[in-house]
Design a protein around this ligand. Sequence first.
Ligand code: ADP
Ligand code: MG
Length: 289
Amino acid sequence: AVPLVVAVSTALAAKSGFLIRDRTAFERAKDLQAVVFDKTGTLTLGKFGVTDILTFGGAAEEDVVRRAASVEAHSEHPIARGVVRSAEDRGLSLLPLEGFRASPGVGVEGETDGRRVGVVSPGYLAERGIETGDERVGALQRQGKTVVFLLEDDRLTGALALADIIRPESGEAVRRLKAMGIRCMMLTGDNQDVAAWVAGELGLDEFFAGVLPHEKAAKIQEVQRRYRVAMVGDGINDAPALVQADLGVAIGAGTDVAVESADIVLVRNDPRDAAAVIDLSKKTYRKMF
Ligand code: ADP
Ligand code: MG
């Protein structure tokens, strides 16, 4: 039989905006020492808008946006949506594309207009030994902007800076957790400078940047050597990390895969509800013994 306090808590949980998928994991929540948040879509809205366009080697700005958007039109990534919207806003028609390929945490590529076109991360650019030699890139990243690069037949022709928005509730979520003595961390595939900016804005204790999707679970395992840890995320990329964590929390209308991998589902897109989960776990299981 389900003890009365636990039954009452299930009702309270629903009222507080979360669903318990694994009861023993919910019980463990009272002993958590750290919470790791995904950045994009969890601490931020995950809605990117293009703010700046850089061109290299004499490329025209319109061509940079058009070619990047022609590849990104085949991707569902929040960055891709921002790039496509920017082309639409400029009234640019997209080019037909062949051989589309997405590489999680790295970028996208395909053939168009007789060339191989890629939109890629700063990490990939560095790996290929390509340098922009443009100090505006670093300056944009230090403002918290995500910069992606356009490669045409392996030549750098442009860069697009995109701004996301920190959720208005994220700061309070961090303050509440820290007040409970819980360390707040962030895990992201985004660049170090962008991550540092967000971490500074929110007063996070630690962050891990440039983490590829397949490395996220291992990163959680590393944190687990120091703390009992919850992971809060929304994306397909986060599913293995949600499973690895002592408590996996899927945020809001996250992907089905994230929800299936989580112990707790936050009904609203509100990171403060992660603090509510731990609070209710403490209140529920304190009374039992
Ligand atoms: P997060 O951990 O923040 O959810 P992802 O792992 O989805 O981020 O992506 C990490 C990085 O990979 C992005 O910041 C970007 O540099 C690159 N990237 C991923 N998908 C795309 C895409 N469709 N277009 C361009 N860059 C991409
Ligand atoms: Mg994500």
